[in-house]
Write a protein of this length. Sequence first.
Length: 170
Amino acid sequence: MTPQEFDAFYAASFSRLTGQLYVITGNWSEAQDVVQEAFIRAWGRRRTFDPGNAPEAWIRTTARRLAHSRWRRLARGLLLAGRHHRQEPFTVEPPTEEHLILVTALRDLPEAQRSALVLHHMCDLSVEQVAAETGASVSAVKSRLARGRTALAAILADQAPTSEEGKLRV
């Protein structure tokens, strides 16, 4: 991939990837940071990317792994530093109540189920593509999707938007 092709790829996919990572992380700034870091890492590998090589999948996987690593480091640091100081978790105010309910419900799911749901339903990846990106078997992805949908439906059934406009569709 030439520098010009990479620039065009960046312009076409940065917003979409940031939106996808936002759903996974629940934090817009964190999503932007990890997607940007993934693009920085991809710049050095751009010659190995071509349209058939799925560079967007590589960026998304790298960004998801970066987010997971940051979360582990943050959790470990908070555990060590926060033994004497308890802090409330940082939350981002979404634009609508419906969005808040969905993001909150997704946060309650295990990371593997959340990632499978986001990659399959939001990123429109097939079960096989989700398996390839996450390193799980196809049957494990199917199981995560089924369990994630069931858990998400149960969580969302307990929560309902207070406004008439914000009818949540599952």
